[in-house]
Design a protein around this ligand. Sequence first.
Ligand SMILES: *Cc1c(COP(=O)(O)O)cnc(C)c1O
Length: 489
Amino acid sequence: MNPTHDPRRDLPSVDALMRHPDVASLVGSLSRDSVTRLARRGLASVRDRAQATISDGALAEPLPRDRLLGEAVTATLAEAAAIANPGPRRVINASGVVLHTNLGRAPLSAHAAAAVAAVSAGYANLEFDLGTGERGARHAHLAGPVLDALEATHPGLDTSGLDALVVNNCAGAILLVLAELARGREVVVSRGHLVEIGGGFRVPDVMRQGGARLVEVGTTNRTRLEDYANAIGPDTAALLAVHPSNFRIIGFGASVAIADLASLGAERGVPVVEDVGSGCLLDTEMFNIGGALREPRPSESLAAGVSVVTFSGDKLLGGPQAGIIVGRRPIIERIRRHPLARALRLGSLGIVALAATLTHYRRGTAATEVPVWLMIGATEADLSFRASSWAASLRASGVACHVAPEVSAIGGGSMPGVSLPTTVVRIPAGAGSRAAALAARLRRGDAAVPPVVGRIADDDLLIDPRTVLPGEDDAVVAAVARASRATSS
Ligand SMILES: *Cc1c(COP(=O)(O)O)cnc(C)c1O
């Protein structure tokens, strides 16, 4: 026993650490200066841990020098790995939640990803007119494709009097629209539409940030057309409807059809703004999803005569994060000139990704080319086939599991209550927290396999093929097999 021994005296020097073969081999992929910096940081973390141990009074025995060196090497390698893999990392979504907000919502199509890669590696005519050689408009790249995609997916829709503007996300889109149309004036909104979308995004807060005064009408469950009509006064700048995307009122409810609200607005000369949220361009009836539930489509609202609609690019549209504003041309022109339009503008990567995603709709191939729609439209036979073949491979490598019927969710605040029948691989993890340990191991991934996010139910781990992209099948099986071995030993 040597209570006065200070283990920090036994720490290796930076030079000794740099000479260790594992640390020395970092030089090459990292400059020598970078390795030195990481080695210092690795040493500091070992010193801090030793200091904490002394403060705890727990340490009596001097630590072997080779153990301190080993810890410093491990810490240095971890620092180097963090440089090689900064977040966000590619992960495999085996949760079955199609628009998983925490996993980046919609994955891009191969075509959109390739377009981003091609354009981002060089210069682009972002604000340059290649015809005249003069300055061009950034928004010009998307206005035409947005309107054409709406027309392509909604036979009979006339977009001739419309225009479009795209900003950073849908929350920004609403903020911008209200800031331009309603700053210092009144916006009439149903109490049933004052929703919180998630992540602390509340419609009333955004309206106030936009400088609008809220005039609430109706009740949480019932609002009638007269409620809006009676609230319109000389200071009314707009009537606002918000799609309550993430919940449904069951039972005694009444809301105003958007076409009726649009007629009222037209009659009284007040613009009607609708935030439809999920940006569902396709007619979901073609997917036969969970019975009669349908998602409102921006094209329907425009056909019904609303002045402005806003929706997200990365929900059911299946593209990058973006907020799309479509409406009557004079209104969009005003909005475009607002200073916030500059502050909220989309970057070139988002513009390219969105334009490429819209191409699928304009060609009429979105249902078979946009990943979100492929996942939603996956057949039960296909899902069951994939789950069964994964389970067979897993059992062949010694992992006890079986397939079971389950449901996947759309997520992202879209289509609440709609559940899609699926087949999952179910790994009974036994009593206690083994499912959590297995899920945690899977989430970490390693050099051979990417992180995989599954779902836990009744202390079993579920792996849902619906959200696993084509081409990720082998990686999922390999990852589950490795994680199972690691947690059962
Ligand atoms: C999701 C959603 C938003 C927010 O969209 P972001 O693109 O995430 O900013 C706003 N309104 C509605 C109705 C939504 O569903």
